[in-house]
Design a protein around this ligand. Structure first.
Ligand code: DQA
Length: 146
């Protein structure tokens, strides 16, 4: 059987604290819980996932480049607060030909006004936000069907 294609799941700053970080906003699940859910769903869909987290913008940029170099199927990207600030991430998404799906646990448009602008959304294929951990699974389903 041919190797399964990989879907990268990249997570930015403070998402290592999921589960204890503002659970009223982000829910009770940890990133490991989310990884488990995604691994099961990806296996059903016939893909591998490679889930990573970093608090450093440059790591996320390097990993986007790596996703392209390794011909990943897609990238799910929750860039955390870099969503609202990082033109470097916008440029990285524009520079690669792998589709990137923006993911958020919360609905940034229902929150503070500084979260209403997303540089990621301007370069991404689409966005899934507001469904808690389910946002990642919905985005994975979309990625698998691209
Ligand atoms: C977030 C939303 C961002 O505004 C925030 O900075 C995060 C998490 C989300 O998943 O809801 O860190 O990306």
């Amino acid at each position: 059987m041919a190797d399964r294609q990989t879907i990268f799941v990249l997570n930015g700053p403070n998402l290592n604290l999921l589960g204890m970080r503002e659970p009223d906003v982000y829910g009770p699940e940890t990133l490991d819980d989310i990884a488990g859910r995604l691994e099961d769903r990806a296996a059903d869909l016939g893909f591998d996932i490679d889930l990573r987290q970093s608090n450093h913008e440059g790591h996320l940029i390097d990993w986007l480049h790596e996703a392209a170099a390794s011909q990943a199927k897609a990238v799910l990207l929750n860039a955390g607060a870099f969503t609202h600030t990082s033109i470097a991430l916008y440029d990285a998404i524009r520079a690669i030909d792998v589709p990137v799906i923006e993911v958020h646990l919360s609905n940034p448009h229902a929150r503070e006004s500084f979260r209403h602008r997303s540089w990621i959304a301007r370069a991404a294929k689409g966005t899934v936000s507001g469904f808690g951990a389910l946002s990642y699974e919905l985005a994975l389903d979309a990625a698998a069907r691209l």
